[in-house]
Design a protein around this ligand. Structure first.
Ligand code: S3P
Length: 743
């Protein structure tokens, strides 16, 4: 058996916190022996009987005399008793013994150590397990209390590394995750997240229990009362100590809460339902998010959950009638324009993917009341062109380039400062393409190094309209400039080198805002207003393309994709696939809220390689990863040029697809602005293998589709971001006939 991590563990205070560490470390074989120290003899005996410690005593002095280097003392007594316990140790601790604790307030432990030793000794590692229950006492101790929970250590500058490592290893041995934090930060965070809820719960139960008119309250109290007040059953001594020990931080948290409660009170008093909806929808969104985190139990699981792998077994055909989720571009814009409109905008078909939700959250953070999404339905209570408020902190938009670039334009015209940040992939993407025209309009914007995020936008800057000739075909840049133009003096116009998606222009018109369009030029004047409207977001053609390609490459396939947006600035994939010989039929064409929509039927037909016309590139810009898979199945060579923009998407899509296709045995040669793919033709199959999607949703879904023509399993790594644009992809893919597993 391996050497235990530490020598002996001495647990002072055999309650829930101390007892649980004893029993868990003993079970994990993490120490030679657990010695319990309790004030009362009976407690010690009980702890031995319960298997919490090997032996127990009431005399700390005796135990200290037998300790040696490598042993650890865990002080698990109520916060205000820590000082006297440390006092008992003074002058009696053998060299090399580590002392740590589990008190919920760290500032007071550090002070107690100073009071005892004059300075905080280097063997003391203050710590706090973020675990517990309303139960207390030795019988509440549980072997699994710390598994998948976090332990915060608050070492000081002089804390010795060896002692720190020992404490860290001890907690890890019982399945906990250990993080470090400065003392002050710990106490502030805990005041808000733990100490304040306890004050409120104790206070609420006491209020109701003392109110004679409320004598029936407990008889009729239901789930809400029970859930909300569970923690009022916690150990009163422990919580009294915590309140006294963390006084300043708790007072600050109480004041903040009291202010909010007063505001809620007056909203209820004056019948301000709108205000209440704002608070409740924001709180619900935050709590729903937290519920998801809780469901994953531990931070480690969340991190692992990020590592989603698709395992695609070779499959043969796809069939059925499918409706893919709502259009991502329109979903973003519906929130932005709905928020700035006057009145209430109702959206149906909203994409509940992470990207569009990031935009939704950003507007909630800026004070907009947004109900939903529930089954694709969102209700936005517009605040008018000048009604946004400064967000409480930076706006984090995750993986979403559209959120960042469009918001940059909109926010450049506001009165407040704001910072936009994103995830690792977004933080590598170019932002000068929006910062440059915005600066020309008078905006004050700072980017990170090399024009990357974060974007810091200064408020209160007067903007003036410009006539901007876009250096690249980008709907995001065009939209950014036009949205800034809503706040700029005079006229703002954009001239694009090739036609790009025009949802911003169409939707502005749908909200009653005049936009002039003349070929490649779009212009608008500031000073107008947006009128709330109803928006029916059609299914996203970019998501539909994965199934169009699936049916086009898998012999015998026949799928119908319902209610897909076929805006002429988005239909490049249909045109390109048709040119390659795909059998695509558009049925039931109609117009919905200013956007053309159709049901798309695709039946298998052999494909041939083509030279992709450059004018189709911006019209199919997001569809190329899937089109490359079609090209790999086509007879002969497919050549793409003029598509350098693909190199700055969520990944370098030219390189990522070429690398993955090569692994599957496809002859694919990247070029500076495109790719040359030598298709294997009808009947040929790819090999299997492991490909990396690099966290790019569309690369992941494209290789899943490729499995239809593979001879062996394709494993696709890093697929979590599929949730940014197509959260139910795996379910729909399986329903259509793909043999896809998510691991
Ligand atoms: C989008 C525009 C395109 C596209 C992106 C969405 C939009 O980006 O790739 O997925 O909603 O305006 P570019 O403007 O960078 O081409």
């Amino acid at each position: 058996m391996a050497e235990p991590l530490i020598g002996r563990l001495v647990v002072i205070g055999l309650g829930l916190i101390g007892g649980s560490l004893g029993v868990a470390l003993k079970a994990a074989g993490g120490c030679r022996e657990v010695i319990g120290v309790a004030r009362r003899e009976g407690t010690g005996q009980q702890a031995v009987e319960l298997g919490i410690c090997n032996r127990a005593t009431t005399s700390l002095e005796d135990v200290l005399a037998e300790l040696e280097a490598g042993d650890v003392i865990f002080v698990a007594v109520p916060t205000l008793a820590v000082e006297s316990v440390l006092g008992e140790m003074k002058g009696r601790l053998p060299a090399g013994v580590t002392v740590t604790d589990g008190a919920s307030v760290k500032g007071s432990v550090v002070e107690a150590a100073r009071a005892v030793w004059g300075e905080v000794p280097d063997f003391l590692v203050p710590g706090h397990p973020i675990a517990g229950s309303e139960k207390s006492g030795v019988t509440a101790a549980r072997e699994d209390l710390y598994r998948d929970h976090r332990i915060i250590l608050t070492p000081l500058d002089n804390t010795a590394e060896a002692h720190l490592q020992r404490v860290r290893a001890m907690w890890q041995a019982v399945g906990a995750e250990v993080l470090d934090m400065p003392v002050g930060e710990h106490d502030e965070v805990l005041a808000a997240t733990s100490h304040l809820p306890h004050v409120i719960a104790y206070g609420l139960v006491d209020t109701l229990a003392h109110d004679s008119e409320n004598e029936n309250i407990f008889r009729y109290a239901a789930g809400g009362f029970r859930d909300f007040t569970r923690i009022a059953s916690s150990d009163p001594v422990m919580w009294r100590d915590i309140m006294l020990a963390n006084r300043d931080a708790i007072l600050e948290a109480i004041d903040l809460y009291r202010g909010n409660l007063d505001t809620l009170r007056s909203a209820i008093d004056r019948g301000d339902g709108e205000y209440l909806m704002g608070v409740f929808t924001r709180a619900k969104a935050a709590r729903d998010h937290f519920t998801k985190i809780l469901a994953k139990k531990a931070y480690s699981e969340i991190m692992q959950a990020q590592e989603v792998t698709f395992i695609a077994q070779p499959g043969d055909t796809v069939s059925g009638t499918l409706r893919v989720p709502g259009d991502k571009s329109m979903s973003h814009r519906s929130i932005m324009l709905g928020s700035l409109a006057e009145g209430v905008t109702e959206v149906e078909g909203f994409l509940e993917g992470e990207d569009a939700l990031a935009t939704l959250q950003a507007f909630r953070d800026m004070g907009v009341v947004i109900e939903g999404p529930v089954d694709g339905r969102v209700v936005i209570h517009g605040v008018g062109m000048h009604g946004l408020q400064a967000p409480p902190g930076p706006l984090y938009v995750g993986n979403s380039g559209t959120s960042m670039r469009l918001l940059a334009g909109l926010l450049a015209g506001q009165e407040f400062d704001v910072t936009l940040t994103g995830d690792e992939s977004l933080s590598k993407r170019p932002m000068n393409r929006v910062a440059t025209p915005l600066r020309q309009m008078g905006a004050v914007i700072e980017t990170g190094p090399e024009g990357r995020p974060p974007l810091q936008i200064k408020g209160g800057q007067p903007l003036k309209g410009i006539d901007y000739e876009l250096p690249m075909a980008s709907a995001q840049v065009k939209s950014c400039v036009l949205l800034a133009g809503l706040y700029a003096e005079g006229e703002t116009s954009t001239l694009e080198p090739a036609s790009t998606r025009d949802h911003t222009e169409r939707m502005l018109a749908g909200f009653g805002y005049e936009v002039q369009r003349d070929g490649a030029r779009a212009s608008l004047r500031s000073g107008g207003s947006l009128r709330a409207t109803k928006i029916d977001v059609p299914a996203d053609i970019s998501s539909a393309t994965f199934f169009m390609v699936a049916a086009a490459i898998a012999p015998g396939s026949d799928v119908i994709l319902e209610h897909v947006g076929i805006n002429p600035t988005r239909d490049g994939a249909i045109n390109i696939l048709r040119q390659m010989g795909a059998d695509i039929e558009l049925d039931n064409r109609r117009e919905v809220g200013g956007e053309p929509v159709a049901d798309i039927r695709v039946r298998y037909a052999p494909l041939k390689g083509i030279q992709i016309p450059e004018d189709q590139v911006p019209l199919a810009i997001d569809e190329f990863p899937a089109i490359f898979v079609a090209a790999a199945c086509a007879e002969g060579e497919t050549v793409l040029t003029g598509a350098e923009e693909l190199r700055v998407k969520e990944s370098d899509r030219i390189q990522a697809m070429a690398d993955g296709l090569k692994i599957l045995g496809v002859n694919a040669e990247p070029t500076a602005d495109g790719i040359v793919i030598h298709g294997a033709g009808e009947g040929a199959v790819f090999g299997g293998g492991t490909v990396d999607s690099l966290g790019d949703h569309r690369i992941a879904m494209s290789f899943a589709v490729a499995s239809l023509r593979a001879g062996d399993t394709i494993r696709i790594l890093n697929c979590a971001n599929v949730a940014t644009s197509f959260p139910n992809f795996a379910d729909l893919a399986k329903r259509a006939g793909l043999k896809l597993q998510v691991a």
